[in-house]
Design a protein around this ligand. Structure first.
Ligand code: DGL
Length: 266
């Protein structure tokens, strides 16, 4: 059985790559809901429905565990998914405010970058309150980065121009840590680092996959030698876009490019 990794688009490749790094023996199904990306510009009701349909597809196709590799989908839908499929480990990703506050903050501020849905969501609000960060955490939505990532534009100039304009009202020197709270933003880590030299730019993907690994271990879900034999010869990753298997060479090349970009940055 495979591990299902989901995102609205290709940002979830971050989690997929991280999962393969930590569990290279496993087999994966990657599901990008490309018909509906960007989620950050949809309503919560729409996102709930998209996420639920996508999770059902992955489970119907035999996934033994799910990674919701999308902060927006996690923010809106993870508790519903866990209620609907209580026997399947379902791991989400949320902005890494906890390490930012507890490990990286000195006396300055924290900047959380995400989609508008995540930024305005109750889940993030509660997390910041729990960590007593209300007075020191700033939040900003960067929808343009989702579009740039989906269209494969990583050239520094347009990316950094966009970021500079978005950050124009902020004192960039005030921050002790930048949190990338949208999986698409991880492909632009180098540009964030250029704008915030010397400041840690972090995301929660490593911790999320470590959590998945613990949950799978506890549930005895790691691949067995028998399964390995059965799956031998099959691709380690099967790719789906909104329920359709991806076979088109140019689309597979686009995906491959994003996987490589992540590996270069991480
Ligand atoms: N990658 C997603 C996230 O982590 C959302 C991007 C979008 O669809 O707007 O929030």
């Amino acid at each position: 059985m495979r591990i299902g990794v989901f995102d609205s688009g290709l940002g979830g490749i971050t989690l997929l790559n991280q999962a393969i790094r930590q569990m290279p023996e496993e087999y994966y199904l990657f599901y990008a809901d490309t018909d509906h990306v960007p989620y950050g510009e949809k309503t919560r009701e729409q996102i709930m429905r998209y996420v639920s349909d996508s999770a059902r597809f992955m489970i119907d196709n035999g996934c033994k565990a799910l990674v919701i590799g999308c902060n927006t989908a996690t923010s809106v839908g993870i508790s519903h998914l866990r209620k609907e499929w209580p026997d399947i480990p379902i791991i989400g990703i949320e902005p890494a405010v906890k390490p930012a506050m507890t490990r990286y903050r000195k006396s300055g501020r924290i900047l959380v970058c995400a989609t508008a849905i995540t930024i305005n969501g109750e889940k993030l609000e509660r997390l910041i309150e729990r960590l007593k960060g209300t007075e020191v955490v700033d939040k900003i939505a960067l929808p343009g980065l989702v579009r740039l990532a989906e269209s494969g534009h990583f050239e520094k100039e347009p990316v950094e121009n966009y970021l500079r304009a978005a950050f124009s009202g902020l004192d960039l020197k005030a921050y002790d840590c930048i949190v990338l709270g949208c999986t698409h933003f991880n492909f632009f880590k180098d540009s964030f680092q250029d704008l915030f030299p010397g400041t840690p730019v972090i995301d929660g993907s490593r911790a999320a996959i470590a959590q998945l690994k613990r949950r799978m271990d506890a549930a005895g879900l790691f691949i067995t030698p028998q399964e390995k034999e059965k799956l031998a010869g099959q691709p380690q990753i099967v790719w789906y876009e909104s329920g359709r298997a991806v076979t088109d060479e140019s689309e597979l090349a686009r995906i491959g490019k994003l996987r490589e970009r992540w590996l270069e940055l991480n």
